[in-house]
Design a binder for this molecule. Structure first.
Ligand code: AMP
Length: 282
């Protein structure tokens, strides 16, 4: 595995790889790697000749008041994981290389970035779209791998790729969960023991919604209120939103349809967690 510290070098390397007609799979991350990330890397490994992983805690996607400095960082451990998983190139850029003095250009995917997590984290998705656009321009991968866990992010990036004609295929990899169902997230490391055991209620609420739908319930507000009742039993959990939306525009639906998304966000103590499920019936 080779380490790449700067953009210019990465550009040169990926250009050479493309000349050799090798397929490049790219997995962007913020580090603190876990089995969720591994699943993306493994899929990239299976489907490409060359796998590039980036680790960059992107300051542009943290909103005021969110603690960029406290985001978990385990670089040594992450490097070991990447080696084991057969990553070819690990890109570890510096903040000043990505956003040099005078940096002024941002990508905003309108409407989709303003709802759900975007409503509580204004500017967050602008930061995400900007860094992914930059990395796609530099690496020019054949395929970009994203996780279903961050479904709004995956929808926004897919929209950006389409709207701005990036020549890349986007693949969304299923959410990896812990044994009790909690979606793996780097932020889980910030949960106390008590918060961690309570956090599973988010997954349970999604399962409850799936059961209600499979029993014939189609009324979104009834499903959401049952989910709220369940979550609110746990006093340490503060719901940010629960919504049932369509996958294209993220519009809130009154009636559940096949392939609609149930999305939620909640704070447990100081930690904000998100999760979602795709309603699967026809
Ligand atoms: P992050 O490091 O949190 O920015 O995540 C990097 C990528 O890993 C994103 O595409 C995430 O959606 C994906 N990811 C994070 N957690 C999971 C998970 N539990 N299952 C699948 N993908 C995940």
């Amino acid at each position: 595995m080779k380490f790449i510290p700067d953009l210019a070098k990465l550009s040169l390397i990926t250009e050479k790889i493309r000349q050799l007609k090798k397929r490049i799979g790219f997995v962007p991350t913020m580090g603190a790697l876990h089995a969720g990330h591994f699943s993306l890397i493994n899929q990239a490994r299976k489907e490409n000749d060359v796998v590039v992983v980036s680790i960059f805690v992107n300051p542009a996607q943290f909103t005021p008041g969110e603690d960029f400095k406290k985001y978990p960082r385990y670089l040594k451990r992450d490097i070991g994981f990447c080696r084991k998983l057969g990553v070819d190139f690990l890109f570890l850029p510096d903040k000043s290389d990505i956003y040099p003095p005078g940096y002024s250009t941002f990508v905003n995917v309108e409407v989709l970035s303003d709802v759900l997590c975007g409503a509580s984290r204004p500017g967050h998705f602008r930061g995400v779209a900007t860094i992914v656009a930059k990395l796609l321009n530099i690496i020019q991968p054949d395929t970009l791998y994203l996780g279903q866990k961050d479904v709004q992010q995956a929808i926004i990036i897919s929209r950006m790729v389409k709207d701005l004609n990036f020549p890349v295929k986007v693949k969304v990899v299923p959410t990896v969960r812990q044994e009790d169902g909690l979606a793996l997230s780097s932020r889980n490391a910030n949960l106390s023991k008590n918060e961690r055991s309570g956090a599973v209620v988010l997954f349970k609420a999604l399962r409850l919604a799936e059961t209600l739908v499979s029993n014939g319930q189609r009324n979104a507000s009834r499903i959401i209120s049952r989910m709220k009742q369940l979550i609110e039993k746990n006093k340490q959990v503060k719901i940010d939103y629960i919504a049932i939306v369509d996958q294209e525009r993220l519009r809130r639906l009154k009636k559940v349809k096949p392939r609609s998304l149930i999305v939620l966000a909640a704070k447990i103590g100081k930690t904000r967690l998100i999760d979602n499920t795709i309603i699967d019936y026809s």
